[in-house]
Design a protein around this ligand. Structure first.
Ligand code: 5RP
Length: 233
């Protein structure tokens, strides 16, 4: 069993009868979703689930998990998802899978957010390994790109690979600008992420982005490393 599977299975133990549960997207969350499906089948676990993306919905349906749409539930008891980077203050970068807009709806609406990662996702500060993905309306790519540049970011339009020519198109029909901000790897404060979070939210043409900072107080991080699971509460 690898670290991703270990944290996925550990997270699934926290699901209890009667809960409304948010299902995350990505290779780590897939282990969680499959284990939840197993518990529904084998233990007759009775829960309601909400998906964070089209990819997650496909997996959940294939596993026999009935889904509600996010606007059919007032609150979620628990949302479990992976992340691309986790800072010491539990700030996250998400969106490698281009699903951060749907994922943020669940992060916003949950009482508890369980972040499941392997040790390679832990960073001293955000933005050293991953860009911040910014979902933009197709007709606003240039405008949003200029807005991000004015905030100090360099952007690259995320391109599809394999089965499609041209850019990645999100579940919502939008495009992704991957934004990098000047960041001194050897120290230095780097960007003011909280200010950037708010500034990106306010840019015309921006639908959402992969900075998940405001959910830290309700987040617990499960880190799979060294054959065990470490909890960052
Ligand atoms: C998708 C995400 C994923 O949760 C994140 O990329 C982690 O994925 P993985 O578990 O495959 O490393 O944000 O948009």
């Amino acid at each position: 069993m690898d670290d991703k599977q270990r944290v996925g299975l550990e997270a699934a133990k926290q699901v209890q009868d009667g809960m409304v549960v948010g299902l995350g997207t990505g290779s780590t969350a897939t282990h969680f979703v499959r284990e939840v499906a197993r518990r529904i089948r084998d233990e007759k676990l009775s829960i309601r689930c909400v998906s964070s993306s089209f990819a997650c919905s496909l997996l959940a349906r294939a596993e026999g998990i009935p889904l509600l749409s996010v606007d059919q539930v007032a609150r979620l008891d628990l949302y479990v998802d992976g992340a691309d980077e986790v800072a010491p203050d539990k700030g996250l970068i998400k969106g490698r899978g281009a699903a951060m807009v749907g994922e943020k709806l669940l992060a916003e609406g949950c009482d508890r957010f369980l972040v499941i990662v392997d040790g390679g996702k832990l960073v001293n500060k955000l933005g050293l390994k991953f860009p911040v993905p910014v979902e933009v309306l197709p007709e606003a790519v240039q405008l949003a790109g200029r807005g991000i540049a004015a905030l100090g970011g360099k952007t690259a339009l995320r391109m599809a690979s394999g089965g499609k020519d041209g850019p990645v198109v999100t579940d919502h029909g939008n495009l992704i600008l991957d934004a990098t901000f000047a960041n001194d790897a050897k120290g230095g404060a780097g960007p003011d992420w909280k200010a950037l979070d708010a500034a990106l939210d306010g840019l015309p043409g921006v639908v959402g982005h992969g900075l998940f900072l405001r959910y830290a107080p309700k987040s617990t991080v499960l880190v799979g490393e060294g054959g065990g699971v470490r909890v960052i509460a």
